[in-house]
Design a binder for this molecule. Structure first.
Ligand SMILES: [Fe+2]
Length: 136
């Protein structure tokens, strides 16, 4: 499933929204890669490493925002972030031991995609009402 961006996902924090959009693009790129005939291990490694870096940077920025705006979802947000980071690190660990298959990549992609959609819609969206200075 291609992830389509909707303005209903906007949090009102420009940098958070730009990071979310970038994550949607990365997940769609990963889906594209998985749909190819074959996927090389190095290609998969590079893509997962880039995703891990983007996710980490985004999470730390967004967690700071929620703290500063005193968002009531800040704790739940951080807990869910930690769960996704664990899932990504676990998969990276598995890929170090054995070459990722298209099936394992597809399962990983599906888990991350589902997590992002649900998290943006049910947790991050709360930031919108907490933001006092648009574009912060
Ligand atoms: Fe979040």
């Amino acid at each position: 499933m291609t992830m389509d961006w909707k303005d209903g996902y906007l949090t009102g924090v420009k940098r958070v929204d730009a990071q979310h959009k970038k994550l949607f693009v990365s997940l769609n790129d990963m889906e594209q890669m998985i749909s190819q005939k074959s996927v090389s291990a190095s290609e998969a490694d590079d893509m997962i490493s880039a995703l891990a870096t983007d996710v980490q940077k985004h999470f730390s920025f967004e967690e700071g925002c929620m703290m500063r705006h005193e968002c009531p979802m800040a704790k739940k947000n951080k807990d869910e972030h930690d769960q996704l980071l664990e899932l990504i690190h676990e998969y990276q660990h598995i890929c170090k031991k054995r070459k990722p298959t298209k099936q394992s990549l597809a399962a990983f992609h599906k888990s991350v995609e589902t997590w992002i959609m649900e998290h943006v819609c049910f947790v991050d969206i709360h930031l919108r009402s907490c933001v006092r200075n648009k574009g912060y």
